[in-house]
Every structure is written in C-alpha cells, then in structure tokens.
Design a protein around this ligand. Structure first.
Ligand code: GRF
Length: 208
C-alpha cells in the first residue's frame, strides 16, 4: 500500500529530500502528494519542485488564529488526497483540530532522544546539558510539544570535539535514515498503537 503523504516543512528540507530520494529510488513505497510550507522562502519548496512534487505556501502570519491556519492546512492536504502527514522540520504547533482531522496519522521527526530535550534547539540543549549520548526520535504527534507515542529512536555518542554544527550534521544523517525506515514500516502496515487505560499509548512494530 503506497502511503499518500503530505509533508509539512518550514526550512531546509533535508528530511523531505531523504523521503523523495528513497521514493524515487524505489526503496520506499510513498507518494508525496504535496509539500506545504508556512514560510515562502523555505528551501524545502525548491527540493519538492525539483522532484516534480506539488507545493503550497500557507503563511501562518496571514491567519488571525491558529485554528484558521490549521483549517487552511487541512483543506490543502485534503485537496491533494493526503492520508498521512509528516512533519519534517515544521516549526508550528498544530491545534487539536488538525490532530483530529488526521488522527494517529501524523508523525514528527525530532533531533533528540525524547522525552529529553523537547521543543526547539534540541541539539544545543543536549550540548548545554553535557549528555554523552543523544539521538533522534520519530513519534506520533499528540497535543503536546514532542510528547506523542515514540515509534523509533536512534542514538549516537557525543564526542568532545562536537559543536552545534557537527552534532546537527551527524544527527541529520541519523534522522534521514530513521524517518525513511519508519515510513517503510507505516507503508507496510507494521505499526500499531496499543492503548491501555491509565498508561501512555505504546507503539509496537510487527516484524517484517
Ligand atoms: C530536523 O533536525 C528535524 O528533526 C527538526 O527540524 C530539522 C529539520 O531539518 N524537527 P530539515 O529541514 O529536514 O533539513
């Protein structure tokens, strides 16, 4: 089953590029139906256009409320028949309305081992704290900031010589591989969320 994907971006779009490359190489069964940016200058839009993928700009500043912004995102995603949503460096917090529209079908990539270092500047937070291991997380999106059920994580060791640039670069490499891998699991229908009363929902991935 090919995943009909909408990808939301705000910036450089290297994670988007990883998805596009894997899809083009036939290594990932997804159909990126539209790439939406809240910023007109996002480099990710050029990457999408170069790959022949439709793009849209929904500038958050043009909307009076977060709900109105989300309504326009939802309408754009529906117009392109998107079933799954990937937040790939999308720097806005979505409202419950958006989460309901694509319930349990929104995934985010975060450059830290959640629940450590949620929010922005996760790489700098890890360096400032002095942790020796960090990594990246792909998770389902819920109403909190980077709090949704974890699907998968990859770790790396922080070297004494690491600075923000080197750590960000090394994490991005891990992110690209992990995001593509998880989308493959989703496309294969291998990912399930188990909910038990009084517990956090847990993600289980069926063996291939
Ligand atoms: C990545 O580090 C991602 O984890 C975070 O924002 C960054 C986006 O990078 N959410 P890119 O736009 O995919 O290059």
């Amino acid at each position: 089953m090919s995943l009909a994907l909408g990808v939301l971006v705000s910036g450089s779009g290297t994670n988007l590029q990883a998805i596009l490359d894997a899809s083009q190489a036939g290594a990932l069964d997804v159909d990126v139906r539209v790439v939406i940016s809240n910023r007109p200058d996002a480099k990710a839009l050029e990457r999408a256009a170069r790959a022949g993928v439709q793009t849209a700009v929904v500038p958050h500043g043009a909307f009076e409320t977060r709900e109105a912004f989300d309504d326009e995102l939802i309408a754009t995603l529906r117009r392109h028949d998107c079933e799954w949503i990937v937040l790939a460096g999308f720097m806005r917090v979505l409202t419950p309305r958006f989460l309901r529209a694509f319930a349990e079908r929104i995934v985010n990539i975060h450059p830290a081992l959640l629940p450590a270092f949620p929010g922005t500047r996760a790489q700098q937070q890890a360096l400032d704290y002095g942790v020796k291991i960090t990594g990246c997380t792909v998770h389902f999106v819920d109403e909190g900031v980077d709090t949704g059920p974890v699907i998968a994580q990859r770790a790396l060791t922080i070297q004494d010589a690491d600075d923000l640039d080197s750590l960000t670069r090394r994490l991005l490499e891990l992110e690209h591989a992990l995001l593509v891998e998880v989308l493959g699991w989703l496309a294969a229908g291998r990912v399930h969320v188990e909910s038990r009363p009084g517990q956090r929902p847990k993600v289980r991935v069926r063996p291939a």
